[in-house]
Design a protein around this ligand. Structure first.
Ligand code: PLP
Length: 378
């Protein structure tokens, strides 16, 4: 959708992009200046494959503060974004014949990477439980081949934030069956009022030997293009990841590493404006789309996406729900992501992480377009 939207824009068509997977704001000044300083002061050479030792140490301290457990640099691998952290984890842990359970709807990349590693994704439906993580359902999918479960909280695309009780349930199943937990917390900084992000390792520290925490600066600090993230897990896994990374990409960008190190050593930048923008954006999006006939809206608890269920829409004969995003883009000039990308053809994801006036226009177009399609008009 992103490339289609860009093509239409290049042809002079007005398109509001609600399909983006990142904050549409500038990165904090302090971070951008740190990157400039890094270039000027010569941070331009190869670093150690899985990150500068000082950065790994700073990330270990951050993990310790977050989980209350001991972490050392040997537990940390710095990667080109969370995507590489996830990919390297999949390659290191999964083999042909393994099954990996993925709650669904799911971020597109999880099952794709599991397949790339030769394993089989097994989808755990969460739509029936309001996107909650149900330990009994998880247990029912475990077989002797099950190797891991992928938990993402706050969740892309549903906005679900896993509670302590949900995580305790998942942890109990993982411990019972010796499963690995891949715990993706890339959106942890964005949790709406009334909710809080909790690490599965805080709830179940005994899972430590089989948990890989995946994190990133892409979303939290609006530097998705810099490609900087990390994983934290057992030292043997980090060592396997280092081996793989040394023969694929080598170190992630030295400039991004140096800038993020500065960030971690300084007081946290003020992101309150971004948080206020997201609270407002969420309220506006929920309000604008709740009134659309046939569309079910579940207010997100975290992240910056609103996930719609369009299966109640009465589409004209011959129009499949998978076509909705294309029709919306062509007819009303608004880009959203269809649920097929998340293993859920009846869903639709939009981002509310963009400036208020752009969001307002995008929501106006989207609501009008959905009303028109739902009234049986193409
Ligand atoms: C759940 C989730 N994990 C990981 C990523 C990848 O982030 P990065 O830019 O750090 O590779 C994304 C990006 O959309 C995501 O939504």
């Amino acid at each position: 959708m992103r490339s289609l939207a860009a093509r239409l824009q290049a042809q002079g068509k007005s398109v509001i992009n609600l399909a983006a997977g990142e904050l549409v704001v500038d990165a904090p000044d302090a971070l951008r200046l740190a990157a400039v300083r890094a270039i000027l002061s010569g941070s331009t050479r190869y670093t150690e494959t899985v990150g500068m030792p000082e950065l790994r140490a700073a990330l270990a301290r951050r993990m310790a503060a977050q989980t209350g457990l001991d972490w050392t640099p040997e537990h940390i691998a710095v990667t080109a974004g969370a995507k590489q952290a996830l990919f390297n984890t999949a390659m290191a842990l999964f083999d042909e014949g393994d099954e990996v359970i993925v709650p669904t709807p799911h971020w597109t990349t999880f099952p794709a990477q599991i397949r790339l590693a030769g394993a089989t994704p097994v989808l755990l439906d969460t739509a029936g439980s309001g996107f909650g993580l149900d330990a009994e359902r998880l247990r029912s999918l475990v077989t002797p081949r099950t190797r891991a479960v992928v938990i993402n909280t706050p969740h892309n695309p549903t906005g679900h934030v896993a509670s302590d009780a949900e995580l305790a349930g998942i942890a109990a199943v993982a411990l019972e069956h010796g499963l690995w937990v891949v715990f993706d917390q890339c959106y942890a900084d964005f949790v709406h009022e009334g909710h809080r992000h909790v690490s599965i390792l805080t709830v179940a520290p005994q899972l430590r030997a089989r948990t890989v925490v995946i994190d990133s600066f892409s979303k939290s600090h609006a530097v998705a293009g810099w490609r900087i993230g990390f994983l934290a897990g057992p030292a043997a896994l980090v060592s396997a990841v280092a081996g793989l990374q040394s023969h694929t990409t080598s170190n992630p960008s030295s400039i991004a590493q140096a800038a993020v190190l500065d960030l971690l050593n300084a007081p946290r930048p003020d992101m309150s404006q971004v948080h206020a923008m997201l609270e407002q954006g969420r309220a506006r999006a929920v309000e604008a789309l709740s009134a659309v006939p046939g569309v079910r809206v579940q207010p997100p608890q975290g992240g910056f996406y609103l996930y719609l269920n369009t299966s109640g829409m009465r589409l004209a004969d011959g129009i499949a729900s998978a076509r909705i995003p294309h029709l919306l883009l062509q007819e009303t000039g608004v880009a959203v992501v269809g649920g097929s990308a998340f293993g859920d053809p009846g869903g639709l994801r939009l981002s509310y992480a963009l400036p208020a006036d752009e969001l307002a226009e995008g929501l106006r177009r989207l609501a009008a377009g959905l009303c028109q399609l739902g009234a049986g008009r193409a």
